[in-house]
Design a protein around this ligand. Sequence first.
Ligand SMILES: [Zn+2]
Length: 463
Amino acid sequence: MIRLYDSSVGQVVDVVPRDEGRLALYVCGPTVYDLPHLGHGRHALVWDVARRWWTFSGYDVRFVSNITDLDDKIIERADRDQATEGEIAATYEAAWWAALDALGVVRPDATPHATAYVREMIELIEELLARGAAYSIDDGIYFDVTSVPDYGRLAGQPLESLRAGARVEVVADKRSPLDFALWKAAVFGQPSWGASFGPGRPGWHTECVVMSLALLGEDFDLHCGGLDLRFPHHENERAQAVALGRPFARHWAHHGWVMAGEEKMSKSLGNYTSLTDLLASHDPRAYRLLVLRSHYRQPIEVSAATLGDAERALARLDGLARRFALPTLAGPNALARAESTAWSAEGEELRAEVAAALDEDLDTPRALAALFEAVGRAHALADAEDDRAEALAEAVGALLAALGLSLRAGAAEVDQESARLVAARDAARTARNWAAADHYRDELVSRGWVVEDGPGGTRLHRA
Ligand SMILES: [Zn+2]
C-alpha cells in the first residue's frame, strides 16, 4: 500500500487506486520559453523516482505530463528573439528533453501539448459559462471562484482569507481579485483561435483540466507538481472540474523548493542557473542522488558543495559496483519489476526495508540510509569471504537501478543505442513478449555484447 501526503487533506493518506493495480498520474509540465532551471531538475527527478518505484512495486503506471507551448512568456520571448511562438516552443522543448534524458528520466507515456487541445478547452469554457461559473468582460472570460464552495482547499485557506491576501489586481472589471482568466481576448499580432465567445487564446489553468481528463479519465489517482503550483494553479484546475461536476484527481502531491543558499530558486530572484549548465559540469547522477537523499517535501539546496557531496557518495556506490562487477547499466530508460529479480534472503530483507521507507510518503532518505548501510555490510561480508556478499551487493545495485540510479563498475561504456535496446528488451520481457525480447538480445549480440539476465534486468558484458 502506497501512502502519500495529500495536500488537499493536509496529511499522509492511503493511496487506493481507482483501478486495482494501476496508477494514473498527471504531472504539470514546463512552459517552454527558456532553458530548464534547477527546480525543473528536481521536479523531473522526484516524480521519475516515484514512478519507477511504483512500477517496480508492481503497479501499472500511466504517467502523463504536459508541455505548455503557448503562454504569455512564450509570446514575450518570441517578440524579444524575433521568432515565432512555435519556434520558441520547439527550441526550448528540445532543451527540456535533452536535460531530462541526461538525468535518466523516463519519458512520460503521453505528453499532450496545450495548442493541440484548444478546441476541447473552448468546449469546457462554454460549459462553465452555461453553468454560470464563468463570466465575460472586455479582456476575456473569467472564472467566478465563488461558484465553488470549497475554493481554497488546496491552499489550505478559506476563500475569505485568500481574498484578503490577494494582490490588488489591474483588471478592474473582475468580480473578485481571485477570479482567473479562462480565455484571453485576441490581441493583434498574437496567436488566437476563434470561439463562440470571441477570438482569443486559453489561459494557463484550463489546459491541464482538459488534458488530464482526456488522457486519464475522471477520478484519476494522483495530480503532482511543485509546491509553487499548489496555489493558484492547482486550486484553479480543481475549481474548474468541481464547477463542471466532474470527479478530478483523487490525491494531490507537491514537492518542495530548490534553494540556492537560503533563497528559493527562481528566475525572478536572479539566482538562476540553468539545469543545462549544471549537467555540463556534474555527473547527472549526482543530482538524482541529491534528490534521493532529501525528502521530496523538504527544500533542497543545489550548489557546488551539495553536488560535490553527492558525487563522493556516488563514488562509494560505484566502488561497490567495481568490487562485485555489478552490471554497468540496466538502460537509462529501463523500468524493472521486482518479480523479475532473484533475491537472496539478505537481498529480500533489504528490499523490504527500502519498500517500507518508500511506501510511507516516499521516504527516500530512509531508503538510501538502508542502502548505504548494506554497502558497508556487503564489503564486510566480502572481507570475511562470506559468500552472501555478492547477492547483497547485487540487491543494492538492483534497488538503486529501480530508483533510476545506475552504477558504474568502470567496465565498457554502454552506448546510447545499446542502452535503448536493453530498455526495449526489458520492456518486452516485462510484457512477456519473448519473441521481441529475443530479437533485441540478438541485436545486442550483433553489437558485440554478451547478454545476461540479472537482478533488475538485462546485463551487458564485453566478450
Ligand atoms: Zn497544470
